[in-house]
Design a protein around this ligand. Sequence first.
Ligand SMILES: Cc1cc2nc3c(=O)[nH]c(=O)nc-3n(C[C@H](O)[C@H](O)[C@H](O)COP(=O)(O)OP(=O)(O)OC[C@H]3O[C@@H](n4cnc5c(N)ncnc54)[C@H](O)[C@@H]3O)c2cc1C
Length: 484
Amino acid sequence: MNAVHFVARVMQGREDHMQTIERDVVIIGAGPSGLTAARELRKAGHSVAVLEARDRVGGRTHTDIVEGAVLEVGGQWVSPDQTALIGLLDELGMSTFPRYRDGDSVYIGPDGAPVRYSGEMFPVDEYTGEEMQRLIDLLDRLVAEAGPEAPWNHPDARALDTISFHHWLRQQSDDEEACDNIGLFIAGGMLTKPAHSFSTLQAILMAATAGSFSNLVDEDFILDRRVVGGMQSVSERMAADLGEDVILSSPVRTLRWSGIDGVDGVTVVSDTTTVHARYAVVAVPPNLYSRISYEPPLPRRQHQMHQHQSLGLVIKVHAVYTTPFWREEGLSGTGFSAGSIVQEVYDNSNHEDPRGTLVGFISDEKADAMFELPPHERRERILSSIAGFLGPQALEPEVYYESDWASEEWTRGAYASSYDLGGLHRYGRDQRTPVGPIHWSCSDIAAEGYQHVDGAIRMGQRTATAIHLELSSGLQSTGTAQGA
Ligand SMILES: Cc1cc2nc3c(=O)[nH]c(=O)nc-3n(C[C@H](O)[C@H](O)[C@H](O)COP(=O)(O)OP(=O)(O)OC[C@H]3O[C@@H](n4cnc5c(N)ncnc54)[C@H](O)[C@@H]3O)c2cc1C
């Protein structure tokens, strides 16, 4: 068989397996946001189909078993302000357990020496401590002024969005250690990009979506609890309720939408299924919007906006030990260091599991450097860095695993997306605006819960409400909301 015949056979085979269905709403992506949108729309009496590229649901949440160890490869922690997620957990009858946090934490400052401490403030010298507190207070004030919903409306939005967080911090303080530590909470800790590559307004948004900057720097708040059974099971439970309306291994390639030829609704074509629907919900992160061909093309402003949103990069490292050995030394397992390869480490032991699990994070340029090394050398460097916090026993885990989301076709980074310098005040106000029958839903464009599962759920609920209102009133916006 020559190549042309082979391709023709494959195409024919695909067509033979194609199904065509009709629904009120088609949802692209079975992460927590898409599944919430589908769940809420179904509850409101509308028919749905969810098309998912992967052979599993959950998107950036994935609870996997690696060499016998249960690992949260993606999103996992729940904080007390994440009421949409907590409400859904209640609705699904699921429970949570607290992160282990008894004992001292460890801080490694610029001199490279580990120092034990307790309480919230790092054991830095008096002046650095005062400067850190002053920066936190200043950021808390800006965060309260800007809020999570529309930070681009802050009177100083343009000024704050056109200076990098790195340079803004150094305008406020001459204490390098204080600037590095405060930068770490947002840069390495959340956006997973270097602090010189995103704006102060973006940093303020990140903190505003967690309630305050103080909340964000308080690991007991932001990394409070985990879901028994794993965070992915939230999506699995929603998918089970939706049954055959969730179609896996079905990457969407084309979205035809009305607006030019006067045809109402959408036709969405995936590798297995064509769905005719009134509305489409694109529930994938913005860096993947352009993997779908839109016919007709999206408006100019969307094309531009999407090119200014990108995912960060972080390696989430899991190391499982026979016992949580650090607890015997009176250590909580928590460690911070702006200068180390692993800049945060936590006790991540599983619910009712006698083994001890540590999780560490290596962000942005440090992750680049680690990925240049051969795997065995990378493992050695990363474990040595963890041992710098918790001692040499950390060098010998039973199980070692690196989450590598940047290599995943249907994600391409971690944790979530943010704008480049100046992008947030320029485009942010349009990021949630529908384009005709196309709605956008993911954690990356959420207000409260931005970048988190909670934000994904809030966006799913918000999108479902908007579509339900339009379907119930018989309205359908057929033009583009943003001008072409
Ligand atoms: C390593 C890591 C750690 C994290 N830690 C936390 C944490 O502790 N707490 C927390 O709250 N959040 C955390 N997050 C973030 C959280 O997981 C995400 O914010 C959340 O999963 C986003 O949900 P979503 O539905 O918006 O998008 P996603 O979860 O990305 O789901 C999108 C879905 O769309 C699918 N898709 C993409 N393109 C197509 C296409 N063309 N056709 C069909 N399907 C498509 C994808 O396969 C995916 O299933 C973490 C994320 C990572 C990666």
